[in-house]
Design a protein. Structure first.
Length: 300
């Protein structure tokens, strides 16, 4: 498990992949007055970690400073009182102070580029797709006592579900307005289990999957290892969700992205990663919703 965790922080691969909207730089460790803008009109205080995309601007006050990591070459620079712009995939200094570039051993930019490239395919909006069919598609996932939920698509308001884990069935009632169905599996022992979800109406079973999926429950020891790494990355949504995804904790990664966008709804450039998270969980209705929102904000 420890080796799996570390690979998220050290992952590199050869050959660049051209993503449609990868970040150009990463702003870190702001102090004093540091603000960012996506359009030069609206300015907001910079959080502790901020991924910067094409067109973004940063300005710092007289007491402002921050670290800036360049995605193209993995080098880091220190900003003093300055104003910069991300333009044509590069960092442009308009005025003020910025240090000479230096190597940054913590860079994982190739991994980030690859992930953004893959996530773009989930922002396509297809027309004429049914919103109420009876099929529930589950996936293999990992859960823990801190992240105990299984999720699946809410296929229709009137249907209810039969969740079967290791041969033991429980009925899950309809949720007419729920975005998805959740069920906590806190009582499962550590290790691998099987589960399947059947769809039921008043006449009986209307959908049953051909095969079951797997749910792995982490031991307390493995959960502690992951929590320790996540605590060290508390301000970096990309690295936090990468750690969770690499350990197949897909529901926890989705929830982390949902929390992030509830706090930062205008961060459209990161939205493909939420769409990807929905897609990996087969929550196609929510994936399409994010794709439409992403495309609509691009056109504004």
């Amino acid at each position: 498990m420890k080796q799996v965790l570390l690979c998220s922080l050290l992952l590199f691969s050869s050959g660049a992949i051209n993503a449609a909207n990868p970040p150009t730089a990463k702003l870190m460790q702001p102090s004093g007055l540091v603000e960012y803008s996506a359009n030069g009109n609206t300015w907001r205080p910079a959080p502790r970690i901020k991924y910067l995309f094409e067109g973004y601007m940063i300005r710092t006050g007289g007491d402002g400073a921050a670290k800036l990591v360049n995605q193209e070459n993995g080098t880091a620079q220190t900003l003093g009182s300055s104003r910069i712009e991300i333009k044509n995939g590069a960092i442009h200094l308009h005025e003020g102070d910025i240090s000479e570039p230096r190597d940054d051993a913590s860079s994982i930019w190739q991994s980030i580029l690859n992930k953004f490239a893959l996530a773009q395919k989930y922002t396509t909006v297809r027309r004429g797709i049914k919103t109420c069919d009876s099929k529930v598609r589950t996936v293999d996932v990992t859960v823990s006592t801190s992240y105990p939920d299984l999720v699946w698509r809410n296929v229709c308001p009137e249907f209810y579900y039969r969740l079967t884990i290791d041969g033991k069935a429980v009925e899950v009632p309809p949720h007419a307005t729920a975005e998805m169905i959740r069920y906590s599996v806190r009582d499962l022992t550590p290790g691998e289990h099987t589960y399947k979800v059947e769809v039921i109406d008043v006449d009986g079973i209307i959908f049953s999957p051909r095969s079951a999926s797997k749910v792995v429950v982490l031991s307390d020891r493995d959960q502690t290892r992951i929590q320790r790494v996540l605590s060290d990355l508390a301000d970096d949504i990309y690295l936090r969700t990468n750690i969770l995804s690499d350990n197949n904790m897909l529901v926890a990664a989705m929830d982390a992205w949902r929390t992030y966008f509830s706090q930062y709804p205008d961060e459209n450039d990161l939205r493909p990663l939420l769409a990807e998270s929905y897609a990996r969980l087969r929550l196609d209705n929510l994936r399409r919703r994010e794709a439409r929102l992403y495309q609509s904000q691009l056109s504004e």
